[in-house]
Ligand binder design. Structure first.
Ligand SMILES: [Zn+2]
Length: 292
């Protein structure tokens, strides 16, 4: 854990030099495809800064103003990445449209710089493989970034030898790709913000653990706070004749079992005779019996 920030710093430095080399390649070759690639790299770099900033913020333990912890602050990085991706896409659209007027590509002049940039990027992607998935994906430290270099290289070469439209098509492809990334980031955020339900297996586990102890699960709501942690509440009915003290103890055990699976659940003990005809009232009663 302690080595992750240092590793991340190395990744960021590699990407920074990689992006700078690609920018030189874009300037000396005049290729719009390479330009789009380098703009994307800088967006990734800015995203990396935001992702790391919010990742650190998310590690702060729960406090008064964030009683469920700060885990979701991680998504601030994804949100910022989305903004940087859109900025890059906007710049690329402008460069691409402007390029429609026609231009010359000297791909060979940019080639050494492009290869140097690609090498640095490849090293960064390899190093980033052990990083946190949110950091890796939303800071753009993935193999798909190398694919962009392939597109910019192919586009610029075809642009020099066949016609600038091929180079422009490369730029458009890279722009399309970053828009796709932005769309994926948007979907990912929406999934988290919409309080998506915990996986089925956690519900099943809750039911099983209660049944093992003779209690019956009548209601459960489990939501994901982030990719790993869940929180929720449930109502359980003890068997006839079980004393409230025993039911409390057994429910405590179940809470502990779920806690081991990163699921913070509050279980209300309700009583069967009140559950069927006046379910809502039983629910209200159960809430009043809230434990903890
Ligand atoms: Zn706080």
């Amino acid at each position: 854990m302690a080595s992750v920030p240092r590793q991340l710093a190395v990744v960021v430095v590699l990407v920074a030099f990689g992006a700078a080399a690609k920018t030189v390649a874009a300037v000396v070759s005049g290729s719009r495809a390479i330009l789009a690639d380098s703009v994307t790299c800088f967006a990734s770099l800015a995203a990396a800064g935001a992702v790391v900033y919010y990742y650190r913020a998310s590690l702060v333990p729960p406090d008064e103003d964030h009683p469920y912890g700060h885990a979701r602050l991680r998504y601030g990085g994804v949100l910022a990445s989305l903004a940087f991706y859109m900025m890059a896409a906007g710049a690329n659209v402008a460069f691409t449209l402007e390029g429609l007027r026609g231009y010359r590509v000297e791909a060979a002049a940019g080639l050494p710089w492009l290869l140097a940039g690609t090498g640095l990027y490849a090293a960064a992607v390899l190093l980033a493989r052990s990083l946190d998935p949110v950091v890796r994906v939303y800071a753009g430290f993935t193999a798909s970034e190398l694919l962009e270099t392939g597109v910019s290289l192919g586009g610029s070469l075809a642009g020099q030898y066949i016609g600038y439209m091929y180079d422009l098509a490369g730029a458009a492809a890279i722009t399309g790709y970053i828009l796709h990334e932005a769309y994926e980031a948007h979907r990912y955020l929406l999934r988290v913000f919409s309080d998506v339900a915990a996986p089925r297996r956690l519900y099943e586990m809750l039911r099983r653990e209660l049944e093992l102890r003779g209690l019956r699960l009548v209601r459960a709501r489990l939501r994901m706070l982030d990719d790993r942690t869940c929180a929720g509440d449930a109502v359980a009915v003890p068997p006839p004749g079980m004393s409230a003290d025993v039911a409390d103890l057994l429910v405590d055990e179940v809470v502990e079992e779920l806690g081991k699976r990163n699921c913070d659940v509050v279980i209300h003990v309700a009583y069967a005779e009140r559950s069927s005809p006046r379910a809502s009232e039983a629910r209200r009663d159960a809430t009043e019996r809230t434990r903890l």
